[in-house]
Design a protein around this ligand. Structure first.
Ligand code: AMP
Ligand code: MG
Length: 347
């Protein structure tokens, strides 16, 4: 809890520090949205209007996708579970439909119907707990992507059983990053850094020195002097990271984190500590996919996770494990600069 408070304070500090610097061609702004610090930095004569419009768009997406906001489509779907179809925004339909594709491909390692489990564990809230076996069993009986009904013609969605609930926590930020990218393109912005709280990043063109953007991959067990696992030079890519250090609590010396295994009902435990996925922007919906895939690979574990992402076009990545090993897709290890020497690459 203390650690979270510190992070929040740090974030607010950053907002004040970087708030709205503007000059002729560069505009940067940071705001706390979607439970994270979003920083948008764009170059070009339309940079200010593009960044402002992008923030409005992120707020709209948050509004549609949040399971807590009583006006959101997701809240309504959850309320009507076992009852009715709910007509949703096409964006929400797309997020759910894409999520379903990856649920099927991973036989349920990825499953946005984990809502009842998320509520039960309460990780990141003031009522986080290790639930009883019986409670987990009960919540698990409500988790199944097979019980999401979709009606494409009506753009509506229904959950089959009462008590089921959808959570787009692993999806919405990546979708928002794609939307910001589209807005920037519509304003002829070619150089920009879109950063949704480091968990979803999108790099357009080059930085102000005319070089690729430099992005640090977080060290999942960051000591003060080693905040990064490695540095990545990147341009025209979507990058997403999921990790057991983002939201967790400890009880009796054990870490309970926020990425759940829908098969067991417990935090996913295949030695994964963090996953970073990189997708070339030639791939459609690269932000959305990278967000989904970082969670997918985390739940699948290092070997299976890397094997799975390697089958997908334009996708590369790295999984770090609790024993400080690094599993990467082919040749991705060669892109990792200033690699933290505490970690060992597995070939
Ligand atoms: P991310 O940080 O992108 O990996 O997303 C983690 C968030 O996704 C969690 O906080 C939950 O809201 C949700 N989530 C947790 N486990 C799963 C899962 N197995 N499949 C889909 N969403 C999940
Ligand atoms: Mg994700």
């Amino acid at each position: 809890m203390k650690q979270r408070l510190f992070l929040v304070l740090l974030c607010i500090g950053s907002v004040l520090f970087t708030a709205c610097t503007s000059n002729q061609s560069h505009y940067e702004k940071s705001e706390l949205i979607m439970d994270t610090l979003v920083t948008l930095s764009a170059y070009g004569k339309n940079s200010k209007i593009a960044v402002e419009e992008a923030f409005t768009r992120i707020e709209e997406i948050d509004h549609m996708a949040s399971s807590e906001n009583q006006d959101s489509d997701i809240y309504k779907i959850n309320q009507e579970a076992g009852n009715h179809f709910v007509v949703v925004h096409p964006e929400v339909y797309k997020m759910i439909q894409t999520s379903l594709t990856y649920s099927k491909l991973t036989e349920g390692a990825f499953d946005i119907t984990v809502g009842p489990l998320i509520k039960l564990w309460g990780i990141g809230t003031d009522h986080e707990q290790v639930p009883s076996e019986a409670e987990i069993k009960e919540a698990l009986s409500l988790v199944s992507y097979d019980n999401i009904l979709m009606n494409e013609k009506e753009c509506s969605v229904m959950l089959l059983k009462r008590g089921m609930s959808i959570d787009l926590g692993a999806v919405a930020k990546g979708f928002a990053a794609d939307e910001v990218h589209k807005i920037f393109e519509s304003y002829d912005i070619t150089n920009a850094l879109i950063n949704l709280g480091t968990s979803s990043i999108d790099t357009m063109g080059v930085n102000e020195e005319g070089k690729p953007w430099v992005v640090g991959i977080a060290n999942p067990r960051a000591e003060e002097l080693k905040p990064y696992l490695a540095i990545l030079n990147t341009s025209e890519e979507a990058i997403s990271t999921s990790g057991d250090y983002e939201r967790f609590f400890e009880k009796d010396g054990k870490r309970y984190h926020h990425i759940l295994d829908p098969k067991t009902g417990y935090p996913a435990e295949h030695k994964s500590m963090s996953v970073t996925i990189v997708i070339n922007q030639k791939e459609e919906d690269c932000g959305l996919l990278s967000d989904i895939l970082s969670t997918v690979a985390f739940v699948l574990g290092p070997e299976e996770g890397v094997q799975f992402i390697a089958t997908l076009p334009g996708v590369s990545g790295i999984v770090t494990t609790t024993d400080k090993r690094l599993y990467t897709t082919d040749e991705f290890d060669q892109r990792l600069l200033s690699l933290n020497e505490d970690y060992q690459i597995i070939k």
